[in-house]
Design a protein around this ligand. Structure first.
Ligand SMILES: Cc1cc2nc3c(=O)[nH]c(=O)nc-3n(C[C@H](O)[C@H](O)[C@H](O)COP(=O)(O)OP(=O)(O)OC[C@H]3O[C@@H](n4cnc5c(N)ncnc54)[C@H](O)[C@@H]3O)c2cc1C
Length: 311
């Protein structure tokens, strides 16, 4: 497909994702809401914990590890941050009572990063405390570059008390070289992603060969040292190279990771060949932004959406 056209589509979808007016229109128009929900269903575990448990159960049954995120970010008031924290704690309790396998993934800005450092640290510790009772990991997602320093600082503080907390690093940021050098000396797990947020010029490496090489150099260091890690990508080239590295170093502490609804067949095949695979499941009512982001990063997904809607 024409690359320029895809770029235009991607930019338009990014704008649609952030357009409050469009979002409110969708939320208030039941027909449109139900139509788009059909397209969202392939990417989300459900709107509620109960629906999501069914999804996790199915994935666990097929042998997949799961990590789950209650959708939301950039919360600016204490009460909503506290409600989000409560939801994560509740999620852990339900995972324990249903005896399922799912770690937690979360954005710190969902549980208070933009309110205060004290609040977000307190919330993260509460979630880690509950999760530690069932040996469950809590993996912090990485947000825009204006938040990176704060996120790493809070991660390091909490890791001193809870060894079940992990962090995501974005290979596309130049600063990640230094962050990686430092954080890979600590015990917490590291998820490597390419990076999804726009950055000011010269702070990041665009998609391409150079980024792939840097990404894979982080992966190799993690696998060679058997550092607890996840390789989170939908890129077949990255996966194939990672599998060569897994075969070379025979690590035990890794997972290959993808988002629910993307690269399903590929992951089924890795799973069948005995590689450890984890599916990132999101749930909640805030799926509109999430859906637009999945379209924006790969506009060809709009064709799948059409099929999902018409089916
Ligand atoms: C589990 C997980 C957690 C993540 N957490 C974070 C985070 O905390 N912070 C952050 O900045 N980013 C995060 N990301 C997003 C990540 O940074 C990338 O933007 C995203 O994974 C796309 O990059 P890629 O590695 O697939 O490679 P790309 O170079 O973007 O894509 C390579 C190829 O993968 C396929 N592909 C990519 N996206 C899709 C899609 N949506 N649908 C179908 N095919 C696709 C296409 O074939 C594409 O050509 C996460 C991703 C995953 C899988």
């Amino acid at each position: 497909m024409n690359q320029d056209l895809l770029k235009i589509a991607s930019e338009a979808l990014k704008k649609a994702a952030l357009n409050e007016e469009a979002k409110n229109f969708v939320l208030q128009n039941d027909t449109l809401f139900q139509t788009l929900k059909k397209a969202a269903n392939r990417y989300i575990g459900g709107e509620t914990i109960e629906e999501t448990m069914l999804c996790i159960k199915k994935l666990n049954k097929k042998g997949f590890f799961v990590t789950t995120d209650f959708m939301g970010e950039s919360i600016r008031n204490e009460q909503e941050a506290c409600e989000a924290k409560d939801e994560f704690v509740k999620f852990t309790k339900v995972v324990a009572s249903e005896n399922l396998n799912s770690s937690i993934s979360l954005d710190l800005s969902h549980i208070g990063l933009l309110v205060s450092k004290e609040l977000v640290t307190y919330h993260l510790k509460q979630i880690c405390e509950e999760a530690s009772k069932i040996n469950q990991e809590v993996i912090i997602s990485m947000e825009g570059i204006d938040r990176t320093d704060k996120i790493i600082e809070i991660y390091e503080d909490v890791l001193k008390v809870y060894s079940n907390v992990g962090i995501t690093l974005q290979a596309y940021l130049h600063r990640t070289k230094e962050d990686f050098r430092h954080l890979s000396k600590l015990q917490g797990s590291i998820r490597i992603v390419k990076g999804a947020y726009d950055t000011p010029k010269n702070l990041s490496i665009p998609r391409g060969k150079e980024l792939d090489e840097i990404y894979l150099s982080y992966v190799e260091q993690l696998l060679a040292s058997n550092h607890k890690c996840s390789i989170a990508s939908h890129d077949t080239y990255i996966h194939n190279k990672t599998i060569e590295l897994i075969d070379k170093y025979s690590p035990t502490n890794y997972v290959l990771e993808r988002l629910l609804g993307i690269c399903n067949e590929e992951f089924n095949a890795y799973q069948d060949r005995g590689y450890k695979c984890r599916i990132y499941v999101v749930y909640g009512k805030e799926w509109y932004l999430y859906l637009c982001n999945r379209w924006a990063e790969y506009p060809q997904n709009l064709f799948l959406a059409l099929a999902d809607i018409i089916e």
